[in-house]
Design a protein around this ligand. Structure first.
Ligand SMILES: *Cc1c(COP(=O)(O)O)cnc(C)c1O
Length: 237
């Protein structure tokens, strides 16, 4: 199938799934922002996504994000999300080029971001809720102290929390992980910190974004479901 047709069909399906998940949990569909994770496709394919009306794009490699941003330099409507591991020495090259950074998890990185930022940088703190060793992120136990330690950085705004569920998590585990991130978010939100309003939840990928929405996700990061040719079942459970 032509990519254009695949995208049309897939985006329609994703929109329907988001709508259903919102209805089932009594949420306004406007409260969920869909991000297309375009890391697996080239500039031209990404342009086809944008041509379908998608305005939020995410990349996990600095070089690729910069290359795409250059490619789209005449399109100011795109919101750029960086969802990958960011090495400190690369911060200065990218931090002023993005709208959101989803993977803040240590003070040294925060310090470098603060130093290089030319504007306030919207960051999500990545939390390793599942405790998987391979995953980045602060542990839930360390979160409060970590947020406290960010108060000195004038150029960092903590807009919310982000997590990734294990690849093989079952429905019950997914609900647990996402509801736990929501609980942690509320604890931080309730502190009313000017530098950490913490209203947002970045959680949910192709296989689990419906569960994430049912547990309060406000940003879902969907990649393969945009581009896969075959149907994939996304349980609304
Ligand atoms: C790749 C990636 C996604 C999207 O994953 P899919 O399973 O392709 O939807 C979401 N979040 C992060 C952090 C990623 O690296």
């Amino acid at each position: 199938m032509l990519l254009e047709q695949t995208l049309k069909k897939n985006i329609q399906k994703i929109d329907e799934n988001i709508q259903t998940a919102c209805e089932l949990s009594n949420r306004d569909v406007e409260s969920v922002q869909l991000i297309c994770v375009s890391k697996s496709v080239d500039n031209d394919s990404t342009k086809q996504v944008v041509d379908q009306g998608i305005t939020h794009l995410a990349e996990n490699r600095m070089e690729k994000l910069l290359e795409k941003k250059e490619f789209f330099k005449d399109n100011p409507t795109i919101n750029w999300h960086f969802i990958g591991n960011l090495q400190r020495r690369k911060v200065k090259l990218i931090i002023n080029e993005i709208d959101y950074f989803h993977a803040l998890d240590n003070v040294k990185l925060a310090s470098e971001i603060d130093k290089r930022a030319e504007k306030k940088i919207k960051c999500f703190i990545q939390v390793n809720v599942s405790g998987e060793e391979s995953k980045q992120g602060v542990t839930p136990d360390a979160l409060e102290e970590f947020i406290d330690s960010l108060s000195v950085f004038e150029n960092i705004v903590i807009v919310g929390l982000m997590t990734m569920a294990p690849y093989d998590a079952n429905s019950e585990e997914l609900h647990h992980i996402f509801s736990e991130l929501n609980r942690l978010k509320k604890v931080s939100e309730d502190k009313n910190l000017a530098y950490a309003p913490c209203h947002e939840l970045s959680m949910g990928m192709s296989r689990d974004y419906c569960v994430a929405i049912s547990e309060g996700a406000t940003f879902v990061r969907v990649g393969s479901s945009f581009f896969d040719e075959e149907e994939k079942e996304v349980g609304n459970s």
